[in-house]
Ligand binder design. Structure first.
Ligand code: SF4
Length: 350
């Protein structure tokens, strides 16, 4: 997989310092760099021609040095429940997607961190074609700002951000942290850190860096099974952390940052949704201070998995609740618009 760093040639990939250096090199004062930064980071405008208070000479100079974005919305669909799925085409023609998920009291953006995914979870459409490349920090930021604008246009402003779309976030750690820091920055969207969650299958080096950095964002592990034997049948990546390593990492994260992690658990009918797995998960949770988020599967036509029956979900929840485990269930969203992770990009690229 090729990786591009955050100082590549597009305007949205520049840091504020890089933008100031370029602005000074053009003969303009750094105050102009602040104005351009405002367009990019607060207004989400990435097209230089629209920055009307910026002198034409500086706009031309910046465009020559680092052209504006080529990110474009290719497809946009809204489900009957209000879930909005957007497919973006990148500069190199690759496709990524993002989803806006409305709920009673919140609206969540689901953000991708890579094109495709090398982890290849058997239930997930994003892994079918493997991992293609990391997204740059500018690409992720532009997607976030575009989705944020759509949420405002739809009169349901975004309240939460989850990095749970295409890709394994810890494989693109540096670019992702640059993006989240910019989303959280006071001179940017100033989006609350506690409303941001990064979800990983457990990549040891990335998780260790994340915890050590003490960044104020939430951490979630995509667990999906209470033991390694079953987990390997769902998450095939050999280098992913074991269940015990994840448990230890969750405890360390709590000790170091004071923040509890969440275990995501995609429920697959007849695979990991039975009372036996629920009881095993309950035992695991006894020794782990974390919350469990159950996600009944959104079926993907190309894949051989089904959503559990409501009765199986209720039984699973009851078994966890009996032991006082903190558990939530994500309600089904966007089933009529291919809202499962990677599903729309897969359909459009095949
Ligand atoms: S579920 Fe996440 S980690 Fe697994 S293949 Fe899909 S995008 Fe990758």
């Amino acid at each position: 997989m090729t990786s591009r760093n955050s100082s590549s040639s597009r305007l949205s990939d520049l840091s504020r310092e890089e933008l100031e250096t370029l602005t000074k090199a053009s003969g303009e004062s750094s105050y102009r760099a602040g104005q351009v930064w405002q367009w990019l980071s607060q207004k989400g405008v990435f097209d230089l021609d629209s920055m009307k208070n910026i002198p034409a000479k500086l706009r031309t100079y910046l465009n020559d040095q680092c052209p504006a974005s080529a990110l474009a919305i290719t497809h946009n669909s809204i489900a009957v429940d209000g879930t909005e799925k957007v497919l973006f085409t990148l500069e190199d023609g690759k496709l990524i997607e993002s989803v806006l998920i409305p709920a009673e009291k919140r609206t969540t953006i689901c953000l991708s961190s890579q094109v495709g995914c090398a982890v290849g979870c058997y239930f997930c459409a994003s892994g079918i074609d493997g991992g293609k490349r990391n997204l740059t920090s500018g690409e992720m930021f532009e997607v976030f700002m575009t989705m944020r604008r759509l949420s405002i246009d739809a009169d349901r402003p975004v309240t939460n951000l989850v990095v749970m779309g295409m890709g394994e976030p810890m494989f693109n750690f540096e670019n992702l942290m640059t993006t989240l820091d910019r989303i959280n920055a006071k001179d940017g969207p100033n989006f609350g850190a506690r409303r941001i969650t990064v979800s990983t299958v457990g990549i040891a080096a990335g998780v260790a860096k994340f915890t050590a950095s003490k960044r104020p964002y939430n951490l979630a592990f995509s667990l999906h099974a209470p033991n390694d034997r079953l987990r390997r049948k769902i998450v095939p990546l050999e280098s992913a952390m074991t269940v015990e390593e994840i448990r230890q990492a969750a405890l360390l994260h709590l000790r170091e940052t004071g923040r509890e992690v969440t275990f995501e658990y995609v429920m697959l009918k007849g695979v990991n949704d039975g009372p036996r797995e629920a009881r095993e998960l309950r035992r695991l949770m006894k020794h782990t201070q974390a919350a469990v988020n159950l996600i009944p599967y959104n079926p993907v036509p190309q894949l051989d998995f089904d959503r559990p029956d409501d009765g199986a979900i209720d039984r699973f929840v009851d078994i966890l609740l009996e032991a006082g485990v903190k558990v939530s269930v994500r309600r089904r969203k966007g089933a009529d618009i291919n809202a499962a992770c990677g599903q729309l990009a897969l359909r459009k690229s095949h």
